[in-house]
Design a protein around this ligand. Structure first.
Ligand SMILES: *Cc1c(COP(=O)(O)O)cnc(C)c1O
Length: 424
């Protein structure tokens, strides 16, 4: 660990050296009941609003008012191609090629669309492997897909769980499962960064292990996109899906991103659910042509995209493009290490950080277990204008987001946490 110091001057000096510090003012910071700015450490649930978002949405509203339907072709950013404006920037963030990337639908809906293509169970090979602590929506989606094919989720879900008494997943355990049951498993659907512990798994390793047993690999990147650098293309996973409202700051419930590896780009034999937006662009408006699917991820689109929502995504991706994932990840590691240092320095025996200790195995999230605490602690933090996320039993999830959190934020959080805990 770097030689961090415990005084506030040190936090100031880190902020002064931070090349990304000017991005903080590109975002609105929520205010507490007393009107003062909050310390926002909840970008893993909902990212903050970029100041530019309103202006970029407004542009589309004006074009719609001015042009009506002609906006599809004549607005300053023509709506028929609007999603393509976003593809390159989105692809860069997750380490994909443009042909592998599209923004469409919402996350869980996309998991369904992709499982239609990549979960084709047979009598012998019909199981899906998930993490034991998968996000509920992913588990429900998997259960319903299994039922859709006439199988029983109780028999067809295999869980990859931490060893007894442990909280993190181990790769050798996955290896064991695949060794024993690999040829019964059709699909591995795994969170690239676990929502609860912040554990960042080695996607390439998972893909290599799974593929060697003939399984397909899907990754839920809800907590990874805009956080870590997943290098999706190089990892070799078959598909991935993520939302854009967490680290990607596109606004509540906004559309999701999809990755389908290039090796599937021209495969017409894949089953899929189709709609007119997956049709070759030259034929899309001819209306009576048979369907010729667009190669690559765009071929999974069904509907014409909601432009107002897309505009909010554009506002955010522009900022990511300016900052760059290399610089963001670098600061992220530093900021999270600093938070870890300050929390450990509180020297409180009731505190246990359950996230991985190594920075290459975690994103910008520390899940801090506070023993003998309850949700009252979270409320006290909130009263002190600190926005974190609470998960039973006793876990505060903190996300020091490199885009808009400063070292001073982290310092102040640690001081307030210390004060609150000392009064308990
Ligand atoms: C946030 C999150 C979701 C939410 O899915 P929506 O369809 O966007 O509501 C699903 N899965 C994971 C792993 C998440 O972190």
């Amino acid at each position: 660990m770097t030689n961090f110091k415990t005084n506030i001057e040190f936090a100031y000096s880190l902020d002064n050296l931070d090349e990304l510090r000017s991005f903080k003012k590109e975002f609105f910071t929520p205010k507490g009941k007393d009107g003062k700015s909050c310390i926002y450490l909840n970008g893993n649930s909902l990212g903050l609003q970029p100041r530019k978002t309103r202006e970029i949405i407004d542009q589309e509203l004006q074009d719609w008012a001015r042009l009506g339907v002609r906006g599809h072709f004549e607005s300053s950013t023509p709506w028929t191609d609007y999603h393509q404006l976003l593809t390159k920037k989105m692809a860069k963030i997750v380490g994909a090629k443009p042909i592998e990337t599209v923004i469409m639908n919402t996350l869980t809906a996309n998991l369904h669309f992709l499982m239609i293509s990549f979960y084709n169970p047979t009598k012998k090979r019909n199981k899906i492997l998930i993490e034991s602590d998968a996000f509920p929506s992913d588990r429900y989606a998997v259960e319903s897909q299994i039922r859709l094919h006439g199988f029983d989720p109780k028999k067809c879900i295999i869980e990859w769980s931490p060893k007894t008494g442990e909280k993190l997943l181990k790769m050798d355990h996955l290896e064991d499962i695949l060794e024993k049951k690999g040829d019964e498993i059709e699909l591995l659907l795994i969170g690239g960064v676990n929502y609860y512990t912040g554990q960042y798994l080695n996607l390439k390793k998972i893909a290599d292990l799974g593929h060697s047993k003939g399984c397909k690999i899907g990754i839920d990147l809800a907590h990874g996109a805009g956080n870590i650098k997943p290098e999706l293309h190089k990892s070799g996973v078959d598909f991935a899906a993520w939302c854009t409202y967490k680290y990607l700051n596109s606004g509540p419930g906004n559309l999701g991103g999809v990755f389908v590896h290039e090796r599937h780009a021209y495969d017409k034999s894949l089953k899929r659910l189709t709609g007119w937006w997956g049709q070759e662009k030259s034929n899309r408006f001819k209306m009576r042509e048979p369907l010729h699917i667009i190669p690559g991820a765009e071929g999974w689109q069904v509907s014409n995209p909601p432009i107002i929502s897309m505009a909010a995504i554009k506002a955010s991706l522009d900022l990511f493009d300016m900052a760059g994932m290399d610089a963001l990840r670098k600061k992220s590691v530093f900021l999270t290490d600093y938070l870890e240092f300050l929390i450990l320095n509180l020297d409180n025996e009731n505190i246990e950080i359950i996230s991985p200790k190594k920075s290459d195995q975690r994103g910008c999230q520390l899940s801090i277990l506070i023993k003998n605490s309850d949700k009252y602690l979270h409320k006290k933090l909130l009263k002190n204008n600190i926005i974190t996320d609470w998960r039973d039993p006793g876990v505060i999830r903190c996300a020091p987001v490199p885009m808009y959190n400063s070292f001073e934020d982290i310092y102040n959080f640690s001081v307030i946490l210390k004060t609150i805990l000392s009064k308990n």
